[in-house]
Ligand binder design. Structure first.
Ligand SMILES: Cc1ncc(C[n+]2csc(CCOP(=O)(O)OP(=O)(O)O)c2C)c(N)n1
Ligand SMILES: [Mg+2]
Length: 591
C-alpha cells in the first residue's frame, strides 16, 4: 500500500492518524465499529497500516490490556481504539486496571454524530451518549471530545502529555463521527511533540531529604519497602547502593499488586521472603512508591477481617511517592490512610541519588560501621537460608502430580535461564521470584486493579513492544484469568506475536476456594462444598486444544512433571526460532 504524504490530509480522521504518527504511536489495538470507521479508513488507506499498525482484537478488554502491557514494556503509549459506548463498556475493566497501575494508555473512540439531524435511526441513537467520557471519567486521568477538527491537535497533544506525566495513567479521546468523516476545508497545523513533552517529575525538598537521611542513618534497624519506581536508568542501582550503605533489608512488593519489581532476589539484602520478621525488627521504614502501607505493615485475619499490625514496636515511616497526585473520589484506589512521619511527595526514583549522597555524607560522621557490618552479615545469612529453603521445596515437590507451582517455576527457569528473558505476567504464586535469578527490570508487574482478564492481553502487548528485540517473553498464566479473554489467542496467532504462555492450570478460581473454606469453617458448615461454583472442571477446559483452534502451537494438559521440560523446550523453539506464540498447559497442584 503506498504511503500518503503526511502533509496532505483530506479528512478529519486523516489528521488523527497524522497526530498518532507525529507522537510516535506504533500500534492501534482495536475491534471494529462504525463510529470510528473514519479513523479506521484513515489508518488503513491513508496511513498504509503502518505506524500505527492495526492490531485486531476480539474484545475491547483485550485491546486495552494489550496497550497496557505495551506501555509498560515500551515506556510509551500505543492506542486502543474502541467503538462508541459499547466498545467502551467492554474496555472499562482494562481501563480500570491501567488506571490503578498508572500506565499510560491512549484510548480513542468514536461517537455520534452528535448532530442529531445527521444520525441514522436507532443504532446511532442508542450508541451515543452525552458525553461518552462520563462512562470512564472516574478512572482515566483525563478525557475530551474536541468539537472541531481544528481543536483535535491540542486535545491530542494534551492527552499524550497528561498520560505520560507522572503519575501516569490512561486518557480517553472521543471523536464525533461527523468530525472524522468531514472533508477538510483548510490545513490543520500539527504540534511539535518535542514542545509538548511531559514535564520532568517532582524532586523533594532538600531539607526534608536531609531529615530522611538522618532518620535512616540513626535507625537501629532501617527497612526499605519498595512497591514501584519510575524506571529511570539509575534508579535500581541507586536503590541497591542505598540498601548497602545502610545495611538495610529490602522488601520488594512490586509483584504483589501494582507497580514494578525493583530489587534482584540474588542480592544479600533481598529479604522479601522474611517480610514479617523484618517489619517486626524495623524502627525506621523508608517506603518508596508504596501505596499499600496497611497491607504491608499489618496482617489480616481472613475470617474476621481484623487487621493487626505486624509489629508493636514504634516505627517511623518515611513515605516517598506521588500517591497524593493520583487521587480520585470514585473507587477508593488510594487505600487506607496511614500516619506517616515524613511524607514526601516526589518521584522516588528521582529522590534516590540525592538520598544516597546525603546518607554517604552522614555516615562519614558516624561511628557505627561495625554494627552495620554485623547486621549485613546477619541479613545475608537469613537471605541465603531462605533461598536454600525454597530450592529444598522444589526438590521435595519434584515428583508431585499434578505439578507443584515451585516445580513449574523451576522448570520454566531451566528452559529460559540462558535467554534474554522477560516475564510479561504472573509469578506462579510467587515461585518465579523465589527460584529464578530474578532481575526486577525483566518483570512487567501485575494488573494494578486486580480485575481478572488482564494477563494474556497484557503479555501480548509486552511481546509486541519487544517483538524485534530478540527477547523471549513469558506469561505465567492462571486459568481463571485466561478464560475471560481466550480469544486473545487469535490476536497472538494472526499478528504472529512471539509469546510463551505457560498455563498455571489449577482448574479452579482457587483464590475464592480459600475464601469459601474460611466462610464454611467460621459458620460450621460443609467445607467440602467450597469447590461449588469455583472449580473449573466437569469438563476441564482443554487449553491446548483451544489454543490450537486459534492457530497457536500448544501442548498439554501436562500432569506429570517429567513431561514438562521437553514440552517447554519445544514451545520455546516455536517462540524463539519461528517467532510465533506457543502455549503449554500445565495442570498444577491446587495450593
Ligand atoms: C473481573 C473479576 N472478577 C472476579 C474477581 C474475583 N477473583 C479474584 S481472584 C479470583 C480467582 C482467580 O482464578 P485464577 O485466575 O485461576 O487464579 P488462581 O487463584 O486459581 O491462582 C477471582 C474469581 C476479580 N478479581 N476480577
Ligand atoms: Mg486457577
Amino acid at each position: 500500500m503506498p504511503r500518503q504524504d503526511l502533509l496532505q490530509p483530506e479528512f478529519g480522521s486523516d489528521v488523527v492518524v497524522n497526530l498518532m504518527r507525529t507522537f510516535g504511536i506504533e500500534y492501534a489495538a482495536m475491534n471494529p465499529g462504525a463510529t470510528f470507521r473514519g479513523i479506521h479508513d484513515s489508518l488503513v488507506n491513508y496511513g498504509g497500516n503502518q505506524r500505527p499498525e492495526l492490531i485486531l482484537c476480539c474484545h475491547e478488554e483485550i485491546a486495552v490490556s494489550l496497550a497496557h502491557g505495551y506501555a509498560k514494556a515500551a515506556g510509551k503509549p500505543m492506542a486502543a481504539v474502541v467503538h462508541n459506548i459499547v466498545g467502551l463498556q467492554h474496555a472499562s475493566m482494562a481501563i480500570f486496571n491501567a488506571f490503578c497501575d498508572r500506565a499510560p494508555v491512549l484510548i480513542l473512540g468514536g461517537t455520534g454524530p452528535m448532530d442529531t439531524t445527521r444520525r441514522r435511526p436507532w443504532i446511532d441513537w442508542i450508541h451515543t451518549a452525552l458525553v461518552q467520557g462520563n462512562l470512564v471519567r472516574d478512572y482515566v486521568k483525563w478525557d475530551d471530545q474536541p468539537a472541531s477538527t481544528a481543536a483535535v491537535p491540542e486535545a491530542f497533544a494534551r492527552a499524550y502529555r497528561i498520560a505520560m506525566t507522572e503519575p501516569m495513567g490512561p486518557v480517553y479521546l472521543c471523536f464525533d463521527a461527523d468530525l472524522q468523516e468531514g472533508r477538510l476545508d483548510r490545513p490543520i497545523p500539527l504540534p511539535d511533540p518535542v514542545r509538548f513533552a511531559p514535564s520532568s517529575p517532582p524532586q523533594a525538598d532538600a531539607r526534608v531529604l536531609a531529615e530522611a537521611a538522618r532518620l535512616l542513618c540513626e535507625a537501629e534497624f532501617p527497612l526499605i519497602l519498595v512497591e514501584s519506581l519510575v524506571p529511570h536508568p539509575w534508579a535500581l542501582a541507586a536503590l541497591q547502593r542505598l540498601a548497602e550503605l545502610l545495611a538495610a533489608p529490602v522488601i520488594d512488593l512490586g509483584d504483589e499488586h501494582r507497580g514494578r519489581s525493583c530489587f534482584p532476589t540474588a542480592h544479600p539484602l533481598d529479604l522479601f521472603g522474611a517480610k514479617r520478621e523484618m517489619i517486626r525488627e524495623a524502627d525506621v521504614v523508608l517506603a518508596l512508591d508504596v501505596q499499600d502501607f496497611l497491607g504491608t505493615l499489618a496482617e489480616v485475619d481472613r475470617t474476621t477481617r481484623e487487621v493487626k499490625p505486624v509489629s508493636d514496636r514504634p516505627v517511623k515511616i518515611i513515605g516517598v511517592s506521588l500517591n497524593d497526585y493520583a487521587i480520585r473520589s470514585w473507587a477508593q484506589t488510594y487505600l487506607s490512610l496511614v500516619p506517616l512521619d515524613l511524607p514526601i511527595t516526589a518521584d522516588a526514583g528521582m529522590v534516590l541519588p540525592s538520598l544516597v549522597k546525603l546518607v554517604e555524607e552522614q555516615l562519614q560522621k558516624d561511628s557505627r560501621a561495625a554494627t552495620r557490618q554485623a547486621r549485613f552479615v546477619k541479613l545475608r545469612i537469613r537471605h541465603e537460608a531462605l533461598r536454600e529453603e525454597w530450592l529444598h521445596t522444589v526438590e521435595a515437590q519434584r515428583l508431585q502430580r499434578p505439578v507443584a507451582y515451585s516445580v513449574l517455576a523451576a522448570a520454566v527457569w531451566e528452559a529460559i535461564k540462558d535467554e534474554d528473558w522477560i516475564l510479561a505476567n504472573g509469578t506462579a504464586r510467587g515461585w518465579a521470584k523465589r527460584v529464578w535469578e530474578w532481575q526486577p527490570e525483566r518483570f512487567c508487574g501485575g494488573s494494578g486493579g486486580a480485575g481478572l482478564g488482564y494477563g494474556l492481553g497484557a503479555s501480548l502487548g509486552v511481546a509486541l513492544a519487544l517483538r524485534d528485540s530478540g527477547k523471549v517473553c513469558v506469561n505465567l498464566q492462571p486459568d481463571g484469568d485466561f478464560l475471560y479473554v481466550t480469544s486473545a489467542l487469535y490476536t497472538a496467532a494472526h499478528h504472529q506475536i512471539p509469546l510463551l504462555t505457560v498455563m498455571c492450570n489449577n482448574r479452579s478460581y482457587y483464590n475464592d476456594e480459600e475464601h469459601q473454606e474460611v466462610m464454611a469453617k467460621a459458620r460450621g458448615r460443609s467445607v467440602e462444598n467450597k469447590v461449588v461454583g469455583i472449580r473449573i472442571e466437569g469438563p476441564a477446559p482443554d487449553f491446548a486444544k483451544i489454543a490450537q483452534g486459534f492457530g497457536v502451537y500448544a501442548e498439554g494438559p501436562i500432569e506429570d512433571p517429567k513431561d514438562l521440560g521437553f514440552a517447554l523446550k519445544r514451545a520455546l523453539k516455536v517462540v524463539k526460532e519461528d517467532r510465533l506464540p506457543a502455549l503449554v498447559d500445565v495442570v498444577t497442584w491446587l495450593a
